[in-house]
Design a protein around this ligand. Sequence first.
Ligand SMILES: Cc1ncc(COP(=O)(O)O)c(C=O)c1O
Length: 288
Amino acid sequence: MSETIDLRSDTVTRPTPAMREAIAAAPVGDDQYGEDPTTNRLQERVASLLGKAASLFLPSGTMANQVALRVLTQPGDDVIVSPESHAVWHETGGSAANAGVQFTTVGARGVFTAEEFAAAVKPRGHVIYPPTTLVEIENTHNRSGGVIFPQADAVKVCAAARERGIATYLDGARLWNVAAATGTKLADLAAPFDLVGVALSKGLGAPGGSLLAGSKELVARCVRHRRMLGGAMRQSGILSAAGWVERCGSPGSSPPRASTRSTTTSSGCATIMPTRARSPPRSPRASA
Ligand SMILES: Cc1ncc(COP(=O)(O)O)c(C=O)c1O
């Protein structure tokens, strides 16, 4: 029987047998009391991989983006993003409904420079402008076919934002791909940003889940907004366990070594990092 390879999206995947075993064996507790050991350990591990003080598990990448907007902006604010970013095209208007923000798009094919960013900033306190309070970078860029945002530009954009008191958010749903493709450490990719979102369900094959990482203070505020959006779960270790599976480990085993390489092994065990970014397609249309 021939096997179908479904190329609609890197999310159209099935959990590996190792993931299913990890899910079945996961120790769990009530995560709303902070008592799910599997989720707690995953949060610690992802925070450490990203070089941040804390991280928070959420059901989806869309919710991670929405929570980030709510934590880092006020209704009526302006957010600078790349054209065709996920937040603008693929979240069904959630950013307007949930955070009340408007977007200004700059650059092309998923990337922009610090100069383009600076030229688009609208100052605070102006009588008619909506204040720019956040810049969001998507890396890799979904609708641009997996384009990697050059790290040197990300560093400059974030420095220019900081000078102006503008917050910085990285939609790094596929940040693992950037690390694997460029050999850059996840912590270095995340370093310029106040808050970073990463997904377990893109390319990895985990059934769902994303994490937001940042300072303890920011992540504590994310907890409240996750709850407001209905994303606070109970025995979430059932879901987060699949993100733990690496090098055939399990949530109960000792934490695997941090790595920026490797993907599904020959024995079918998934790792937390897929190997490489997708090459640009002919059309900029991409999956959700
Ligand atoms: C760049 C990016 N951010 C966020 C998301 C949202 O993730 P989810 O499908 O888990 O809501 C996606 C989904 O493909 C994405 O490509």
